[in-house]
Design a protein around this ligand. Structure first.
Ligand code: PFF
Length: 444
């Protein structure tokens, strides 16, 4: 029998995939860089009007096709199945993402370890710690990147129910408890209302086209769209699992967590007079130096914070490795063990090149057109590959798949009217918006 999620297991696993570094690391810092309220609004609109319809579509393909990514696209195509099945190869974006995602998980695991001892006393000191690790400490980065890949590979090796479902079942509730605790704690600061204002009062003059693009790109990244991850997870459901409802629940959870985490971090930051626009170092520089102000309790806060980051990111990392694993097992009859070992080793090896591109010694070797390899991988995957995956998935749903077949299955979980509205949006509205976005991004 094919591996299988329970109903709750599926929602948890999909939420675990969505809620990750995107929420706790990336969303707060891009919100800070792009000016707060208006950006948050753009992100919410992108999730609601592009994210949710595409997530429903991806889940439908998996839940109806019940196969690996390539097999599911092939079995739903009304004709030219051999051409459409190639959309399944959007799963390869996962390998690109995982190779830098794992390095960031490595930093988190290292910081978890650092949080147990002394915290940096000032921002300057915190900056030195981060930059020294990044530019000089190759061994530490390789060590923790390796640890991150070993954990990810091991969980995926254990399989869909004993590995992926169980991990989410344990880690996600702990993650939520920690985030809620930090949120309630941040409510005691005077800066709390300032943080709420920053997140919710929009200043539309800050909403440049670039900010809009970043918001849409982030909606893709954070909902794990455009690389067949949610499709693969949905292929492990039984026929009674309501994936339409699941997609909506997961998206709302995703928005909720992003906003709660955003308010929490900004309340902490503003409380100590930090600026909001500090970029990627927000989590690794500002937060540790701010925790120092709490004395011993600061170490506890720091440990909890990095545990939350580690749990959120591990449940996402496993979802990134699963689609290619499912594909090679189904289509090439590899064992799960061999599949995860080969892909894990590949991602690990590429990851090392990426981390070298951030170091002083090797950055020149791995810099192309004035961007390091690490930044290239991040940029190409979230700005181009995920969106391309989204465009082809939408085109497949609108033009490649048999509408009657989709309708017959999907109207179990939605009304005829809702189906038609969804179908129209995915076929005629989403592809042009995404194509315009791509053209703008490339011409930027
Ligand atoms: N959604 C994850 C995050 O927000 O961190 C990242 C991610 C996971 C992207 C899975 C893509 C994916 F397929």
């Amino acid at each position: 029998m094919k591996a299988h999620f329970s109903k709750a297991g599926f929602i948890l696993a999909a939420a675990g995939s969505a809620i990750g570094l995107g929420n706790i690391w990336k969303f707060p810092y891009i919100t800070g860089v792009y000016g707060g309220g208006a950006f948050v609004l753009a992100y919410i609109v992108a999730v609601l009007f592009i994210g949710i319809p595409l997530l429903i579509g991806e889940m439908a393909i998996g839940a109806i096709g019940k196969k690996d990514p390539v097999g599911s696209f092939e079995s739903l195509a009304k004709k030219a199945a051999g051409v459409w099945k190639n959309v399944g190869f959007s799963m390869l974006t996962g390998l690109v993402i995982l190779s830098f995602y794992s390095i960031v998980i490595g930093w988190i695991l290292y910081y978890l370890f650092l949080s147990l001892s002394t915290l940096p006393q000032t921002v300057e000191e915190a900056k030195t710690v981060f930059e020294t690790m990044l530019a000089l400490d190759i061994k530490t980065q390789i060590l923790f990147h390796t640890l991150s890949m070993v954990i990810t590979v091991f969980i995926v090796y254990l399989g869909v129910d004993k590995g992926i479902e169980k991990t989410n079942l344990i880690l996600l509730p702990i993650l939520f408890v920690i985030l809620l605790f930090l949120f309630f704690y941040s409510m005691s600061f005077d800066s709390f209302s300032l943080a709420v204002g920053f997140m919710f009062v929009p200043d539309f003059s800050l909403l440049t086209p670039k900010a809009l693009l970043v918001a849409v790109g982030h909606a893709f990244f954070t909902l794990s769209l455009g690389m067949a991850t949610m499709l693969t997870y949905a292929s492990y459901t039984d026929k009674n699992t309501n994936y339409v409802k699941s997609a909506i629940i997961v998206s709302l959870m995703e928005i909720g967590v992003a906003i709660f985490v955003g308010i929490t971090l900004f309340a902490f930051l503003f409380n100590f007079g930090f600026e909001s626009n500090q970029g990627p170092g927000l989590v690794f520089v500002s937060m540790p130096s701010l925790f120092y102000n709490f004395g011993m309790f600061g170490n506890i806060l720091a440990v909890l914070f990095f545990i939350a980051l580690a749990f959120a990111s591990i449940t996402s990392a496993i979802s990134i490795l699963e689609p290619t694993t499912a594909y090679i097992m189904a289509e090439k009859k590899w064992s799960r063990k061999k599949s995860v070992a080969v892909f894990g080793a590949l991602v690990w090896g590429v990851g090392i090149l990426l981390l070298l591109s951030n170091t002083k010694e090797y950055s020149a070797t791995f810099t192309f057109f004035s961007k390091g390899l690490f930044d290239w991988f991040d940029f190409v995957s979230s700005a181009i590959l995920l969106i391309l995956g989204g465009i082809f998935t939408a085109l497949f749903l609108g033009f490649g798949a048999d509408k009657n077949n989709l309708k017959m299955h999907m109207t179990h979980f939605m009304s005829d009217f809702a189906f038609e509205a969804w179908y129209f949006g995915v076929k005629y509205c989403i592809p042009p918006v995404l194509i315009a976005l791509m053209i703008y991004m490339i011409s930027e």
